[in-house]
Ligand binder design. Structure first.
Ligand code: ADP
Ligand code: MG
Length: 252
């Protein structure tokens, strides 16, 4: 399994506060890698740095050996490094299905391919994507409610729609920031199965999540942050038995 992403000496300061402090790790192709740590540890900031939403103070992120940090955010997006998050843009007065289609079109427009493809080719792509949109909806258990307005969806379905919108942009690396937050046990189990299926389909998944049983179950490897610093990295069983991690986070 080759390496797809590398984070090297990544640091982000907000004024006097160091949110991410000299963090390095590599992510392998088709890996599920979780980032855990207490509130304020820098997990979301790390994801924003990796997806190029924020520029690092120092350090860099490379995708298949090419630097994606300190570039315009669309460079990362074009390579398929996509972050879904609570505030993902969901058009509330549009149907579930149209939200997914629009997300795809926005990506197509933004891409060089879309730019050069011309309108006929772009329309063909849109027609082809209509089927994929239905597949994505089915994949996330939203197929029965494609015609519902997004604003009428319950919390769990909105979460799923956020992920569907991310998938519509055809990602290679999907960064999920607390995708199971607010879900009950059954919904979490379904979402865990869904993340596994994403990997089977060839995606690399980076996950920030507080639900420890879910994290231990799903992850190939885990990176632990505390006060912006990486304090451990390893397999779920290595992390569960790491004294420093137990003291900082898992213990109490
Ligand atoms: P986590 O996701 O692990 O809870 P965050 O990455 O959201 O942590 O935040 C890490 C630290 O950086 C916190 O102290 C937070 O208050 C601070 N922080 C995050 N974003 C900003 C920002 N845009 N400006 C100033 N401080 C920020
Ligand atoms: Mg966070």
């Amino acid at each position: 399994m080759g390496q797809i992403l590398e984070v090297r000496g990544l640091t982000k300061r907000f004024g006097g506060l160091t949110a991410v402090n000299d963090v390095s790790f590599a992510v392998n192709e088709k890996e599920i890698l979780s980032v855990i740590g207490p509130n304020g540890a820098g997990k979301s900031t790390l994801f924003k740095l990796i997806s190029s939403f924020l520029k690092p103070t120092t350090g860099e992120v490379t995708f298949r050996g090419e630097r994606i940090s300190n570039q315009a955010p669309h460079i990362a997006a074009r390579k398929g490094v996509v972050r879904t998050f609570q505030e993902t843009t969901i058009f509330r007065n549009m149907s579930v299905r149209d939200n997914v289609i629009v997300a795809h079109q926005l990506r197509a427009r933004a891409s060089l391919l879309g730019f050069f493809m011309g309108s006929a080719e772009a329309r063909r792509d849109e027609a082809r994507f209509a089927e994929s949109a239905d597949e994505i909806l089915a994949f996330l258990g939203l197929d029965g409610i494609g015609n519902e307005l997004a604003r009428n969806l319950p919390h769990g379905h909105l979460r799923a729609l956020g992920i569907a919108i991310g998938l519509a942009t055809n990602p290679t690396v999907l960064l999920l920031d607390e995708p199971f937050a607010g879900m009950n046990h059954d919904e979490t189990m379904k979402a865990v199965a869904m993340v596994r299926k994403l990997r089977e389909r060839g995606l690399t998944v980076l996950l920030v999540e507080h639900d420890m049983p879910a994290v231990m179950k799903i992850s190939d490897r885990i990176v632990v942050l505390n006060f912006g610093e990486k304090i451990a990295e390893g397999t779920p069983s290595e992390i569960q038995n790491n004294q420093r991690v137990i003291e900082a986070y898992l213990g109490v």
